[in-house]
Design a protein around this ligand. Structure first.
Ligand SMILES: O=C[C@H](O)COP(=O)(O)O
Length: 348
């Protein structure tokens, strides 16, 4: 870290974090009323024809066509080898957008109700709610066990060191957490977490029996210099060194192009997401062995109910991590339906 915490905090006020790719003011406290509880909604029972029909930008038409079972952008791009079984994942990273217990309980209950209403369950999709520490226990209590609960962080406390304010991976495992989200751009770029610290956390979480969702992403400057894969591989390599060969089935890598996140940011084109995912999957396999093919590759950054089908159609996208869309049960359920529909329809 080149900047002390108080200075960093002052430099990056909560709602105006240009260094992470744009302003995210829409997630701020003032908009909490956007969180709505819905009545029973069908969860995953739409056919691919139910894929959301928002405006399809010309550049995305190929990708969209893959969702309906034809060859699309994903098929045109190089596809890395994947295991035969199709595991799908959607994570809802709430960040610190919900601050009141009432809002949290309302959203958790509406998600639980929505999933329970679907007789087919989640159809192979793993849905995980990444809540703040203080709401994890109520999330575990309110949600059915088929919905996973994840922490947004874990601290790598050294063995035997009773460090003040620390929440350890063992504590998280003990209260029923399944997943931990680590390496998010908020923590790398705003809080200054180093590769080394993140990899220590990954190692400790895996040792505690947790699954790890690691976020990697390049900033705009790196992208403009054509250094995106170099940056991503550096981030991933540091983490991969901490992953035992038999733990890759407990890993998910979420690619978040930092420049594509936030209100008004230019979205990452699906073809580009596919290129990056495919390249990283291949690179990981060559460098760290066959077992890495068990790792999920997720796309994250401004995924919503209108654009999910373009990314879901990509062969090397196994799912998503959503921020804003995860605060609305209707949007979250639509994204889950779209992912399941596209994957079953395209054979991706
Ligand atoms: O963890 C989630 C990512 O930061 C994406 O957030 P977003 O879906 O609100 O763009």
């Amino acid at each position: 870290m080149d900047m002390a915490w108080p200075e960093r905090r002052a430099a990056y006020p909560h709602k105006h974090r240009d260094d992470v790719g744009g302003t995210r003011g829409d997630l701020g406290h003032g908009d909490l009323t956007k969180v709505r509880a819905y009545q029973l909604i069908p969860w995953l029972n739409l056919s691919c024809g139910g894929c959301l029909s928002g405006v399809t930008p010309r550049k995305n038409i190929e990708a969209a066509s893959a969702c309906s079972g034809t060859m699309g952008a994903g098929a045109g791009a190089e596809r890395a080898e994947r295991p035969a079984e199709k595991r799908l994942f959607v994570g809802a990273n709430w960040k610190c957008s919900l601050e009141s217990v009432e809002q949290v309980d309302q959203l958790l209950s509406s998600i639980a109700t929505a999933v329970s209403a679907e007789t087919k369950g989640l159809a192979g999709l793993e849905l995980c709610i990444f809540a703040p520490y203080v709401f994890l226990e109520r999330a575990r209590r309110i949600l059915p066990t088929e919905i996973r609960v994840g922490s947004q962080n874990a601290w790598d406390a050294a063995e035997g060191f009773a460090c003040t304010g620390v929440v350890t991976s063992s504590m998280l495992k003990g209260i029923g957490c399944d997943w931990v989200l680590l390496g998010h751009s908020d923590r790398r770029n705003v809080l200054g977490e180093s590769h080394d610290l993140i990899s220590q956390k990954v190692r400790r979480c895996l040792e505690s029996g947790l699954k790890v969702n690691i976020t990697i992403g390049e900033k705009k400057e790196a992208r403009e210099k054509g250094q995106e894969l170099q940056v991503l591989q550096e981030q991933l390599e540091s983490v991969a060194k901490a992953v035992p060969a038999d733990a890759w089935d407990r890993m998910a890598v979420a690619y978040e192009p930092v420049w594509a996140v936030g209100e008004g940011a230019v979205p990452c084109e699906p073809n580009e997401a596919q290129r990056v995912h495919s390249a990283l999957r291949q690179w990981l396999k060559e460098k760290f062995g066959e077992n890495t093919s068990k790792c999920l590759f997720l796309y994250t950054g401004s995924v919503n109910e209108s654009n999910a089908e373009h990314y879901a159609a990509l062969p090397d996208v196994d799912g998503f991590v959503v921020g804003r869309a995860g605060l609305d049960v209707e949007k979250l359920s639509a994204i889950c339906r779209t992912l399941v529909s596209c994957k079953s329809g395209s054979g991706a």
